[in-house]
Design a binder for this molecule. Structure first.
Ligand code: ADP
Ligand code: 5GP
Length: 212
């Protein structure tokens, strides 16, 4: 640990683009580097999903109480359900130096960028719309009707891609995970994220200058 705060990372992309798959791999490959925020949602768990792992599954009343208590970093409605990011865990992990990933949709992403200007926004896309449809249907977790509504929502979301910092194409999974890791780690080297170190080196150098 070098005392540096982590980077707040927002990952968005069409439903079925592979965000969950990419995040799972990142956390497995770099468990000490990344922390994944677990959202609260009012939607029903899919088969195999458990409370506290993929999501905190809550009632609409419980969700509204979190909103009232200012316990969410952001929240949004997506295809008739609410989704939100619990604030406490994210802030605590950033403070501990972890890069914290929020896998959220675009309305939430924009709210995060407004509140945290140094957040890094990544947008994940498959190489084509046909591949998106194939992955979304192939996942087999939604009815045909839900698949259609998510594809229709994807078209709307595609209009917002320019709000993001980086586009990540998820064609070959290995390559994609490597690219995401490289983008995030590259961000750490930005001058704007290293003021404290720069000031420290300047102060040290000033000592040399006096001695001349
Ligand atoms: P999202 O979280 O964006 O909704 P998922 O991670 O659930 O998407 O991925 C959707 C489906 O596509 C899953 O069945 C997953 O196994 C598959 N998938 C993810 N990445 C790739 C890839 N690079 N190539 C082929 N299939 C993929
Ligand atoms: P799903 O129902 O497929 O798990 O998620 C639907 C959408 O909600 C995805 O685009 C996902 O990224 C987004 N989402 C998940 N959690 C949150 C959250 O906490 N806030 C916002 N704004 N969107 C979220």
């Amino acid at each position: 640990m070098n005392g540096k705060k982590g980077i707040l990372i927002v990952v968005s992309g069409f439903s079925g683009a592979g965000k969950g798959t990419i995040m799972e791999r990142l956390l497995k490959d770099y468990p000490d580097t990344y922390a994944l925020s677990i959202s609260a949602t009012t939607r029903e768990p899919r088969p195999g999903e458990t409370h506290g792992k993929e999501y905190f599954f809550v009632t609409e009343e419980e969700f509204q109480a979190m909103v009232r208590d200012n316990a969410l970093l952001e929240y949004a409605q997506y295809v008739s359900h609410y989704y939100g990011t619990p604030k406490g865990y994210v802030l605590q992990q950033l403070e501990a130096g972890k890069d914290v990933i929020l896998e959220i949709e675009i309305q939430g992403a924009l709210k995060v960028k407004e509140a945290y200007q140094d957040a890094l926004l990544l947008f994940v896309t498959p190489p084509s719309a046909a591949e998106l449809k194939k992955r979304l249907s192939g996942r087999g977790t939604e009815t045909q009707e839900v698949v259609e509504s998510r594809l229709s929502r994807a078209w709307q979301e595609a209009q917002g891609v320019e709000c993001y910092d980086y586009l990540v194409v998820n064609d070959d999974l290995e390559e994609c995970v490597g690219n995401v890791h490289a983008i995030i780690q590259g961000e750490h080297a930005r001058v704007a994220r290293n003021h404290a170190l720069i000031e420290k080196i300047r102060a040290e150098l000033k000592g040399f200058a006096k001695g001349e």
